[in-house]
Design a protein around this ligand. Structure first.
Ligand SMILES: *[C@@H]1O[C@H](CO)[C@@H](O)[C@H](O)[C@H]1NC(C)=O
Ligand SMILES: *[C@@H]1O[C@H](CO)[C@@H](O)[C@H](O)[C@H]1NC(C)=O
Ligand SMILES: *[C@@H]1O[C@H](CO)[C@@H](O)[C@H](O)[C@H]1NC(C)=O
Ligand SMILES: *[C@@H]1O[C@H](CO)[C@@H](O)[C@H](O)[C@H]1NC(C)=O
Ligand SMILES: CC(=O)N[C@H]1CO[C@H](CO)[C@@H](O)[C@@H]1O
Length: 942
């Protein structure tokens, strides 16, 4: 059935069907009246009146038929013309005029669209569907049938609609791009790229699909020839090669990538891992990116370059970031067909030799700026994707990893600065920090770990260079450091961590010893000292001192016991350990620590502190002398300032033992133990046989002892009698002995002073002796008259002693003692023989002393006897020195009364024996006379 409607009514009816979305009727109408409802007109009607919400599949078939001209009229479809039938022609014409059908061409219609009505329709329809209905998703169905026919439609669909659709509806619907299709199409390329990627990797859970975004958004978006420009021939890149295939949008993708690397590195790492570059595109099967070979090469090269740049700007120094960077480099090698990288764990374990692959040009201070600037420039030697740059970056990444892994967080760029700037101080600081960290955090028992650590440190220096090429400066983050420096630091760490046998096997037993012997010795010594200085306990079996001891013994063939350094340390340990036996506080409240001893300007003075803080410790004089000797052997004792004015000091150790002796004597006097002080003076201070060294301590303390006056607190001799007179005499005699020692060892200028003291003591003794004699005579008289018998021991010898003591006038001529010097002058001459003495000073003294002094000789000389033997402990030596001198009492209570038990029945004899024993033995020895026993001066004689 053919309707006979006017053209105006036909148009109105077609519009009616369009508004109603009655495509079937419209199709029939258009087919029947194709002279009126021409293709253009129908398309304009559809564009203007077909609801935008209509699903594309409802009308795309109709469009195809219109386009192909295959609308068929022979259908049975009835067309309902009722809406226009009754209309007056005039009205119809008027209403047609008011239809305002949209034109197919529009403002700024792209040239490519040309005058193809269907293309124009599809483009405008797409915009309208998007803008009016927001049904972007309907567009593929609408456009796909026309892709082959219209390049413009194809590009629109693949390059704009597909990315936008995926971005807004599929990938990130929660945050769509707020641009209409046409507005988006108008955006500058850079803006568009950034919008497309604005949600990529934004959330943690998006990281695994970063590659999908690039593949699915950027891949299609690049399929638009207009986005690719060929540079004008005149503009030539710095390298001289023509740079074809510039694409601002793609460059923006690369920039996006490196920006991500610096701000959000996980996105960049995932992007590069997951995306193979522009060729790796998901176009939904609708087409493919067609690039020239030159373009292809450029995009792949710049992509690799951006990937390497990303590794350099990775800001984080975490294991994860560094491993990510490694995967980037591996991917670059893979994409560019370079030497493949081993998997990260193997690389870390093997530490490949990379030095040879890195071109010499790279290692230069100038290159360092390339890590920050012009990362994507083709002139950047660091990001040029070739084997050299890749090996360099691989080396940096492994270096950063080793440092970071060892607690020294290091970015790749930082590693690059170390390697390129080659600042020795910087490298040294880094290496020291690294080793220090290993030192304090490494496992104490795992030798394998320490072997590995050493390999790593050495690798960091030369990146696995061949031994032969070591002549040249190595390439590495510690390139400026001497291998020896690192080996020394490693050795210290091994020792610190008690890895002795490992250290020995590396540095002593290995055939190619990494350190020469002297360096090894010095290092071991220095490390032992470090352990020592850190010790808190002076006990050598504990803590730092124990470690010090172990370290110094760790290299028995390099540093044997006999080596001076080993001996020095041993002496130090012994000295320190000896201190551990005493209470010792040097500063207020602070207990003594070993380092105090080592740095003390006057370590001997520490012994003074011990004497102060440990009552009675002065009795251990020999121990202290030994301790002093240890200090000397340990090199602790410098020429002390107080004694430096004594010009000739060939043997400071002598000085030390004299000083310590003086300290002990002083301590004994301070503790009112005169007996001990006395015994030390007579046994210790006077050693003419060995040649007395001049010192300032001995004579002073001898004088001090000689001045000592008994008080109530004075320690009583435990053995010698009970009579006060005897004690007093004995005490005076002892003091005189001390003074006589002082006279013999003091410098000339001081003699007058000592002599004055001496004389006063002597006078006191005179008085006491006289009193005692008077008492004794009285006693004797009584005793004789009572018993009528003489006691053994004889009176005669008492007389002799008395005569000798009172004056030279009645010396016993029949006695051998008469040969003994009896005047001070004689004494002086005698002592002058044994030690250099200023005789002119003494002769002055002699005059001053006058005749009264004639009898003093024996007393003065007496002390010599005790000083003869410096051996052994005070008690023993004193006893031995005096064994021939009759019955002598040990100051500290040693019992020697065996042979003279009976004799002590009388005080008179006791006194006699004491005086004789001391005086005769001393004088006799001095002048070469027979011993006291032979001279008849002692017990049991005659
Ligand atoms: C010092 O000693 C402390 C403990 O006494 C120890 O923890 C530390 O590691 C030691 N340091 C050195 C350098 O010996
Ligand atoms: C030193 O330490 C050991 C064991 O730790 C201990 O047996 C010894 O008594 C200590 N020596 C001194 C003098 O404290
Ligand atoms: C000895 O004494 C004199 C005068 O007392 C002095 O001038 C001289 O320097 C002294 N010599 C020595 C070696 O002490
Ligand atoms: C010390 O005495 C011992 C035995 O008592 C002796 O063997 C040694 O030679 C003596 N040393 C000195 C320096 O007199
Ligand atoms: C007790 C004693 O032995 N007395 C003698 C002292 O010396 C004179 C002479 O030298 C003798 O005659 C005594 O017998």
């Amino acid at each position: 059935m053919t309707l006979s409607l006017s053209p105006a009514k036909l148009v109105l009816l077609a519009v009616h069907f369009a508004v109603q979305a009655d495509i079937d009727s419209l199709a029939v109408l258009a087919a029947r009246h194709d002279t009126v409802l021409r293709k253009d007109l129908v398309l304009r009607i559809l564009l203007t009146y077909l609801p935008e919400t209509l699903q594309s599949n409802e009308y795309v078939g109709f469009l195809e038929k219109i386009e192909k001209g295959t609308l068929s009229e022979n259908t049975n479809h009835d067309v309902d013309a009722s809406s226009v039938e009754t209309l007056a022609e005039g009205d119809a014409t008027k209403r047609v005029r008011k239809l305002r059908l949209l034109p197919l061409t529009f403002k700024d219609t792209p040239k490519e669209v040309g005058d193809d009505p269907i293309t124009s329709f599809l483009v405008r329809r797409s915009y309208k569907v998007d803008e009016e209905a927001g049904l972007l998703a309907e567009l593929p169905t609408l456009l796909l049938p026309f892709m082959d026919q219209s390049a413009y439609v194809r590009t629109l669909l693949i390059s704009t609609i597909l990315p936008l659709l995926r971005r807004n509806c599929e990938y990130h619907p929660e945050d769509p791009i707020q641009y209409t299709l046409s507005a988006f199409q108008e955006l500058p390329d850079r803006v568009a790229v950034n919008l497309l990627l604005s949600r990529t990797g934004a959330r943690e859970e998006d990281l695994p699909v970063v590659g999908r975004d690039l593949r699915g958004l950027i891949g299609p978006w690049l399929v638009d020839e207009k986005k690719w420009k060929t540079r004008r021939r005149s503009i030539v890149s710095p390298n001289g090669e023509e740079d074809d295939g510039i694409c601002a949008g793609y460059d923006e993708v690369l920039r996006w990538l490196t920006t991500q690397a610096s701000k959000n590195w996980r996105v960049a790492v995932n992007a590069i891992q997951q995306w193979g570059g522009p060729g790796d595109a998901d176009l939904a099967g609708w087409g493919k990116l067609e690039l020239t070979e030159q373009q292809q090469d450029r995009v792949q090269r710049t992509y690799a370059q951006a990937a390497l740049a990303s590794a350099y700007v990775l800001p984080e120094a975490s294991s994860e970031a560094i491993e990510g960077a490694y995967s980037i480099v591996a991917q670059v090698a893979n994409l560019r067909g370079l030497d493949p990288l081993p998997p990260f764990p193997s690389a870390v374990a093997l530490l490949p030799p990379l030095a040879e692959q890195i071109s010499e040009n790279i290692i230069s201070t100038k290159t360092a700026t390339f890590m920050r600037n012009d990362l994507l420039a083709s002139s950047n030697i660091l990001t040029a994707p070739d084997n050299s740059a890749v090996a360099f970056l691989e080396a940096l990444i492994l270096s950063a990893h080793l440092l970071t892994h060892a607690g020294q967080a290091c970015t790749i760029r930082r590693a690059g600065e170390l390697a390129l700037l080659q600042d020795e101080r910087d490298q040294k600081e880094q290496a020291s920090k690294l080793i220090h960290h290993l030192n304090h955090n490494g496992p104490k028992t795992d030798d394998k770990y320490w072997l590995g650590a050493r390999n790593e440190i050495l690798w960091l220096r030369d990146w696995g260079a061949e031994e032969v090429s070591l002549e040249a400066t190595p390439k590495g983050v510690f390139s400026k450091l001497k291998k020896e420096f690192l080996e020394v630091e490693i050795l210290k760490a091994l020792l610190f961590n008690t890895r002795y046998s490992l250290a020995r096997s590396l540095y002593e037993d290995a055939p190619d010893r990494p350190l020469d012997e002297k360096v090894l010795q010095d290092t071991v010594y220095a490390t032992a000292m470090t352990a020592y200085d850190n010790a808190s306990n002076p006990n050598r079996t504990r803590g730092g001192l124990k470690k010090c001891d172990e370290i110094i013994k760790a290299f028995p063939s390099t540093l044997p016991k006999s080596h001076p350094l080993a001996q020095k340390v041993e002496a130090l340990l012994q000295a320190t350990h000896a201190l551990s036996e005493y209470r010792l506080v040097l500063k207020q409240g602070e207990p003594f620590t070993p380092i105090v001893l080592r740095v003390h300007s006057d370590p001997i003075s520490i012994i003074g502190k011990i004497l102060e803080q440990n009552p009675k410790s002065y009795t251990r004089l020999q121990d202290f002398v030994d301790l002093g000797n240890r200090m000397v052997q340990a090199g602790l004792v410098k020429q002390s300032p107080s004694s430096s004015h004594l010009s000739s000091l060939p043997h400071p150790p002598e000085q030390v033992s004299q000083r310590i002796t003086a300290m002990c004597i002083d301590a004994a006097l301070t503790e009112e133990d005169f007996e001990t002080a006395y015994s030390f003076v007579v046994t210790r201070l006077d050693s003419p046989a060995t040649g007395q060294q001049k010192d300032d301590y001995s004579w002073r303390v001898a004088l001090q002892a000689g001045k000592y006056r008994r008080t109530a607190r004075t320690t009583k001799p435990t053995h010698f009698g009970t009579g006060s007179a005897n004690e007093e005499i004995r005490h005076l005699e002892q003091r005189i002995e001390c003074l006589s020692v002082a006279l013999r060892i003091a410098p000339g200028a001081t003699l007058q002073e000592i002599l004055n003291v001496y004389r006063r003591a002597e006078e006191e003794l005179e008085v006491k002796v006289r009193q005692e004699e008077e008492r004794e005579e009285e006693w004797d008289w009584r005793g004789d008259s009572v018993s009528g018998t003489n006691m053994p021991g004889g009176f005669n010898s008492t007389n002799k002693v008395k005569q000798a003591r009172v004056g030279g006038s009645s010396r016993g001529r029949d006695s051998k003692e008469e040969e003994a010097p009896m005047s001070l002058f004689d004494l002086a001459r005698a002592t002058g023989l044994t030690a250099p003495r200023n005789l002119s000073a003494l002769s002055g003294l002699q005059r001053a002393a006058g005749g009264a002094l004639g009898g003093l000789g024996r007393g003065v000389v007496g002390g010599l006897a005790g000083g003869r033997d410096k051996n052994g402990s005070e008690r023993g030596s004193m006893d031995s020195a005096r064994s021939g001198g009759g019955e002598v009492v040990s100051p500290t209570g040693g019992s020697h009364d065996g042979e003279g038990g009976q004799q002590r029945a009388r005080k008179r004899d006791q006194l006699k024996n004491a005086a004789m024993g001391t005086l005769v033995s001393g004088v006799g020895w001095l002048v070469g006379a027979p011993g006291p026993a032979a001279a008849g001066g002692g017990n049991g004689r005659e």
